[in-house]
Design a protein around this ligand. Sequence first.
Ligand SMILES: Cc1cc2nc3c(=O)[nH]c(=O)nc-3n(C[C@H](O)[C@H](O)[C@H](O)COP(=O)(O)O)c2cc1C
Length: 209
Amino acid sequence: MKILHVTCSPRGHCSESLRLSKNIIGCLLNNDPTATVINRAVAGDVLSQVDEPYATSQQSSADVSQEGSIARSEALIEELESADVVVIGTPMHNFTVPAALKVWIDHIARVRRSFNVGAEGKTSLLRDRPVFIAVSSGGRFSGEHPRQPDFLTPYLKAVLGMIGLHDLTFFTVEGTAFGPEAVAQARSKTDQALHEFFLTNTGSAFGAD
Ligand SMILES: Cc1cc2nc3c(=O)[nH]c(=O)nc-3n(C[C@H](O)[C@H](O)[C@H](O)COP(=O)(O)O)c2cc1C
């Protein structure tokens, strides 16, 4: 089994979403110790924004340079296609994903490659596979009384669904701005949910057969 680990926090090794996504990978490796992990860290300006030929290719099928962003997009889509399971670690930035993760998405969501547009709208071209999304946020955005809007989870469901990834499972550590005690509580609640999930979903679901 191949696991693609995508991370995007600017906080490096202090990142809460990195910590949570590593825990998810730990559970996957428990399930299948032979699994391999491909790390795709996109924080900062590791990936530049899509260029002019890429943008042109999104609105017409005219011949454009296949170098630059299109070549980078091709490599990132092939990397995604090669994975059996995807784990994305992301903080919430201004109610949605950080710009760095959005740039990765702009590269993997490419018309006539990972999705098509036709009379019936957008149709996906990639094979579905399990995607785990580890989210950390300074405040709370889920539960009974969320204190802010959440454009992150509906956005990821829509855009990953557009290219064929529908099997999404979200785990969150919310309220990291509320101090160390609140963070410890949030971590322990999420770690428990994670272990319960992997106790009930083991074996062939994650390629361990
Ligand atoms: C630019 C920026 C925007 C942020 N916007 C939000 C937000 O909209 N909602 C929220 O709850 N936290 C927000 N935060 C706080 C982060 O989500 C929080 O610190 C999170 O735990 C960081 O995760 P990380 O350690 O993986 O980077 C923001 C942080 C930054 C740097």
